[in-house]
Design a protein around this ligand. Structure first.
Ligand code: GLC
Length: 420
């Protein structure tokens, strides 16, 4: 499938603008997104290391003074996207959103370093990047875990990257929609609305955002007063893995790693507080409403990716993973199909997402090699059959959302070309 490798590269290049890459080339996402750029950088690293580093650098150019890296950077202000830069009304040097997304940069950078020859000027550049990533992680530790629990909160569903996952249904139901809310969604004009979040979800997304804007995104105040505050299993798994990878990078560049190491220890000691021993399952915690959230989401298996040091838990996760949607033609569905919240075609409520498969494939490699190979094969298969789409039905592979989707193309390159 050599031509598909070339096509993947062309997809990334086609979506590339000045120093950053759009998630897709249709009008759905006309800006730079945080974790998309991480995956995209990994894709570039297979054929243009400078583009890979540039992608990360541009994202970090939008880093706030306190360390936060926004989930969206609006380089181009002339678009139909909502919420656009005026609706957020914030940013440092570059107009941005006022919330963040899963921090995968340390992990991506480690992947890139592990398999590339780096020249001197690139090394200097990378050292600067690492310092900025460290500042980003310290921001999480300080402002998203002020009680020092070892687990960080997200303050908006969009911060998870899995926007309308059923994990957020209960906490979202408690959010009282702002009166006289006026705005115009653009996403459901571009894509079939049945495959997108409902209007009522959007009303709440905008309400939470407006509240954060009213306190000028002050991170201390936001933690206390956001209408949404959840400690999520998947998000914390990604952060744990990223912290481990950051320590590796800091070590390599002789930078101080004590603070991050300390936090990793705290996380390890406390992660199993999200495990229900009776139900034998993980749950996310709605801190705002003091409720536990039990949803059979594929993101709960991201703990495999974090390389959690507990064989028993890992074995249990693998056992359950094998039952997640084993009767379907394609895996992994974002939500277990027998759960009442599952919807085959609605965004993060059922479809297969390539980045989720990628996390799980990576996580399985040193734990169940056979299964990891199977996940890789099936993931490649769906892309080769259907193309670089945003998400797919687990029942018949129907491609949905955007086409020419950057992270699907980028991760395809990693799945095909990574020799490790
Ligand atoms: C959607 C996805 C999010 C992604 C963004 C751009 O908001 O839920 O994960 O980063 O689109 O692709």
């Amino acid at each position: 499938m050599k031509h598909l490798i070339n096509k993947a590269k062309k997809t990334l290049l086609g979506n590339r603008r000045r120093g950053y890459t759009l998630p897709t080339n249709n009008k759905l996402y006309p800006a730079q997104w945080n974790w998309d750029s991480g995956f995209i950088a990994l894709g570039y690293s297979y054929f243009n290391l400078n583009f890979a580093l540039k992608e990360i650098n541009t994202l970090l150019d939008g880093q706030w003074k306190d360390g936060m890296v926004p989930h969206i950077l609006f380089h181009d202000t002339n678009t139909n996207y909502y919420p656009n830069y005026t609706a957020w009304n914030c940013g440092n040097k570059i107009h941005s959103s006022g919330i963040t997304q899963p921090p995968i940069l340390a992990t991506i950078l480690k992947e890139i370093l592990d398999k590339n020859k780096i020249n001197k000027s690139q090394l200097l550049n990378i050292k600067k990047i690492i310092k900025k990533i460290k500042k980003y992680h310290e921001w999480f530790i300080k402002f998203r875990d002020p009680k020092k629990t070892g687990l960080v909160s997200i303050l908006h569903p969009w911060e998870s990257g899995y926007d309308n996952s059923p994990i957020w249904d209960d906490p979202m139901e408690k959010v009282k929609i702002e009166k006289n809310l006026k705005y115009k969604r653009a996403d459901n004009k571009v894509i079939n609305p049945d495959h997108r979040p409902h209007n009522i979800d959007y009303d709440r997304y905008v309400t939470i955002k407006n509240n954060l804007r009213s306190i000028k995104y002050n991170p201390k105040k936001a933690y206390k007063s956001s209408f949404f505050n959840v400690v999520d299993v998947g998000f914390n798994s990604i952060f744990l893995k990223a912290n481990k990878d950051l320590v590796y990078l800091l070590d390599k560049f002789n930078l101080d790693k004590s603070k991050i190491n300390k936090y990793i220890k705290l996380t390890k000691n406390n992660f199993l507080k999200l495990y229900d021993k009776r139900k034998k399952t993980f749950f996310s915690k709605d801190l705002k409403n003091k409720k536990k959230i039990y949803i059979p989401s594929i993101t709960n298996y991201f703990l495999l990716f974090a390389d959690f040091d507990d064989d028993k838990i890992n074995r249990k996760l693998i056992k359950d993973l094998k039952k997640h949607n084993y009767k379907d033609k394609y895996f992994f569905s974002s939500i277990k199909p027998n759960h009442k919240s599952f919807e085959e075609k609605r965004y993060w409520r059922g479809p297969v997402w390539i980045n989720c498969n990628w996390f799980i494939y990576k996580g399985l490699k040193n734990k169940d090699n056979l299964l990891s190979k199977k996940v890789k094969k099936k993931t490649i298969q769906i892309i080769e059959k259907k193309g670089f789409h945003e998400y797919y039905s687990c029942k018949n592979g129907q491609p949905m959302g955007a086409n020419n989707f950057s992270w699907t193309a980028a991760l395809y390159l990693d799945l095909k070309l990574n020799k490790n």
